[in-house]
Design a protein around this ligand. Structure first.
Ligand SMILES: *[C@@H]1O[C@H](CO)[C@@H](O)[C@H](O)[C@H]1NC(C)=O
Ligand SMILES: *[C@@H]1O[C@H](CO)[C@@H](O)[C@H](O)[C@H]1NC(C)=O
Ligand SMILES: *[C@@H]1O[C@H](CO)[C@@H](O)[C@H](O)[C@H]1NC(C)=O
Ligand SMILES: *[C@@H]1O[C@H](CO)[C@@H](O)[C@H](O)[C@H]1NC(C)=O
Ligand SMILES: *[C@@H]1O[C@H](CO)[C@@H](O)[C@H](O)[C@H]1NC(C)=O
Length: 598
């Protein structure tokens, strides 16, 4: 594409464009609501995807930038698919034929990954920016074309592929046939919220120091740090944090977290730095498990609302934090050196409210399980009106962020919200959820939750490649269903989780033993009994689903000190949403398909 000689110049021009947005040919209207973001596409960090979301026009402007190290190509395609596959993806293809003519096409791939031109072309204003070598195009959130992907809030799998083939036609071009270094995908949240004004505070940098990243596919790197004296003497608030990624390592750092060491004030934690799974990692560092900040590739800086901050330091808190960095090194390169981490913005001028984190979802127990061989099996968790009734202050709380969490088999998560039987907008919803992209997401609109409100969290799991049941639990092979909501003012209520009632579960196992001849033991843990049920026929899976959706539940309605709120939380009935939210209409001619996923 671009000759190496002029590259320095190109990069210079490019950075000018980035800072002034001169290169964007966006049609602006009054009161535009625009959010900008970017993510690398390839593990080497040579292809950068930038995008601007226009919430007024309901479209996204994309820009793909190539570094001087990016290989040359004769065709390049970028687009979307449900789970990151090239097969059945929806893409925008730029290609040059063997005579040197250039083409810009809206394509979709069939189930073998071969391209077909869409009847309706929706890669708007698709062009090659001659000055920078970047590709630019625009896409409506919903193009109303059944060949196109609908862009929604939550995880989006952005796929790309390139080739150096001499072409006379783009028809039947096979995307998965390219070398593994010539295609890939990233998970991003395209619908980033509008950026707020930058907060002012003291910077606290927490980062690794010249880590020689192991030549392994995946490394979890842990580093314990001690807070500076100024922050342990006086209570502080974290008011913003953002990633500080070592330049050039944008494709290597996959996600990061800062944890608070939740133990006695005076407990000294060794300043361990090394592989999180190292045998010499001191056991006391396991107490460093309360999330203070979390970032995943493609995520934006996280800014707290003006009236709230997350408590940090002070004389009554332990003095240590731990950084955990997940490195993703699929090419197993040996030469990565990294010093990535976080820049936290903290202040001793405490804000009006302490922010808090509350857990909605299923109990971390083996009382719930997902049958094997399921394409999509739902588990639903209930935060019932009785619990928000006793746990929340009379003015309620304001939820501004949410982090959805499952382990490996989770593919979608959402939380519904209702008040006296009338459904309100979803608290959060991700129908393309992946365990590999867990960020704390700022909600587009903060949500007020009053005492007596009802929150229902559903997780969808896919267990097609597992024979046995997948049981609830802490191990990565087990499952969870959680929505960590970030809110203010911090209250005593920390856990609002459910599971099927003990009695209903006993009866279910009794039935499986007496009428289904499964080798169930009345003295065994639920885990062993779930694993004894096999094979998971359609009938058995349906019976389990009925058990979970129709039986009474038990609740963990717990305070932050780990004790339960007073009352009998066993054998309660599942609340009903009497008036569900009408489905959001698509602004399309009537013959397009309804957007129903589950
Ligand atoms: C995608 O298509 C290729 C053939 O081009 C095939 O080998 C592969 O199995 C397909 N992948 C999936 C996930 O269907
Ligand atoms: C951590 O605890 C386990 C047992 O609980 C012990 O076997 C191991 O040696 C301990 N490791 C360290 C580094 O102290
Ligand atoms: C129940 O299963 C056992 C083996 O676990 C088998 O020996 C027995 O015949 C089965 N009974 C019925 C009624 O299917
Ligand atoms: C399934 O569970 C049984 C225990 O009931 C265990 O022996 C077996 O190894 C498990 N299979 C797999 C594939 O994990
Ligand atoms: C909730 O409280 C009960 C009773 O104190 C306890 O057994 C349970 O482990 C707690 N659950 C959580 C998640 O803290």
């Amino acid at each position: 594409m671009c000759s190496t000689m002029s590259l320095k110049c190109i990069i210079f021009i490019l950075s000018l464009c980035v800072s002034s947005h001169l290169s964007y040919k966006i049609r602006r209207s009054k009161g535009d609501q625009i959010a900008e973001s970017q993510s690398v596409l390839d593990p080497g960090g040579d292809i950068l995807l930038k995008w601007r979301v226009d919430y007024t026009l309901r479209k996204i402007q994309f820009r793909v930038e190539f570094s001087d190290k990016a290989p040359e190509y004769k065709w390049f395609t970028v687009g979307f698919s449900d789970r990151g596959d090239l097969n059945n993806s929806d893409t925008c293809l730029f290609w040059t034929d063997y005579k040197g003519n250039q083409y810009y096409e809206d394509m979709h791939a069939d189930d073998k990954g071969k391209l077909i031109r869409d009847k309706k072309q929706n890669c708007d204003l698709f062009s090659l920016d001659k000055a920078t070598g970047s590709l630019v195009f625009e896409r409506d959130f919903d193009t109303c074309d059944d060949d196109d992907y609908i862009i929604e809030d939550g995880t989006v799998h952005v796929v790309w592929a390139r080739g150096n083939d001499k072409l006379f036609t783009s028809k039947n071009l096979c995307l998965p046939c390219t070398a593994s270094t010539d295609h890939g995908f990233v998970r991003v949240r395209l619908m980033t919220p509008l950026r707020k004004a930058k907060a002012k505070g003291q910077e606290l940098h927490i980062h690794a120091t010249n880590v020689k990243v192991p030549a392994d596919d995946t490394t979890y790197w842990c580093k314990v740090v001690k807070l500076p004296d100024s922050m342990t003497e006086k209570p502080h608030h974290i008011i913003e944090y953002e990633p500080a990624i070592t330049k050039g390592n944008e494709g290597l750092v996959h996600h990061m977290e800062v944890y608070y060491c939740d133990t006695d004030v005076s407990t000294e934690i060794p300043l361990f730095e090394g592989n999180c799974f190292a045998v010499d990692r001191p056991n006391i560092t396991k107490t460093c498990s309360k999330v203070k900040s979390a970032w995943a590739m493609g995520a934006l800086p996280f800014t707290y609302p003006e009236e709230a901050g997350l408590a940090l330091g002070g004389p009554n808190a332990n003095k240590y934090l731990m950084l955990e960095v997940h490195y993703n090194n699929p090419q197993m390169r040996k030469d990565w050196v990294d010093s990535s981490g976080f820049k936290l913005l903290v202040t001793s001028k405490l804000r009006k409210y302490d922010a808090g984190i509350m857990e909605l979802g299923l109990e971390y127990t083996d009382k719930m399980a997902i049958p094997g061989q399921q394409k999509s099996f739902a588990l639903t968790a209930y935060c019932i009106p009785q619990c928000t009734g006793v746990g929340l202050p009379s003015d309620g709380i304001v939820v501004f962020g949410s982090q959805l969490h499952t382990h490996l088999t989770g593919v979608a998560v959402w939380t519904r919200h209702s008040r006296q039987g009338v459904e309100l907008p979803y608290l959060n919803k991700d129908i393309h959820y992946s365990t590999h992209f867990q960020e704390i997401r700022i909600l587009h609109k903060p949500v007020k939750i009053l005492p007596g409100d009802y929150l229902e969290t559903t997780c969808i799991y896919s267990t097609l490649n597992r024979e046995n049941a997948t049981v609830g639990g802490n191990s990565i092979q087990d499952e969870m269903c959680v929505n960590y909501i970030h809110y203010y003012p911090a209250t005593e209520l920390e856990v609002c989780k459910s599971a099927v009632s003990n009695l209903a579960l006993e009866n279910y196992f009794k039935f499986e033993r007496d009428f289904d001849n499964m080798s169930i033991s009345y003295t065994a843990e639920p885990r062993a009994n779930y694993l004894a049920i096999k094979p998971w026929t359609h009938l058995r899976a349906a019976a389990l689903d009925t058990l979970y959706t129709e039986s009474p539940i038990s609740m963990q309605c717990n305070k932050s000190d780990g004790t339960r709120f007073q009352g009998d939380w066993e054998g309660l009935s599942i609340p009903k949403i009497k008036l569900p939210l009408p489905r959001e209409p698509r602004m399309c001619p009537s013959k397009t398909k309804a957007n129903d996923y589950y």
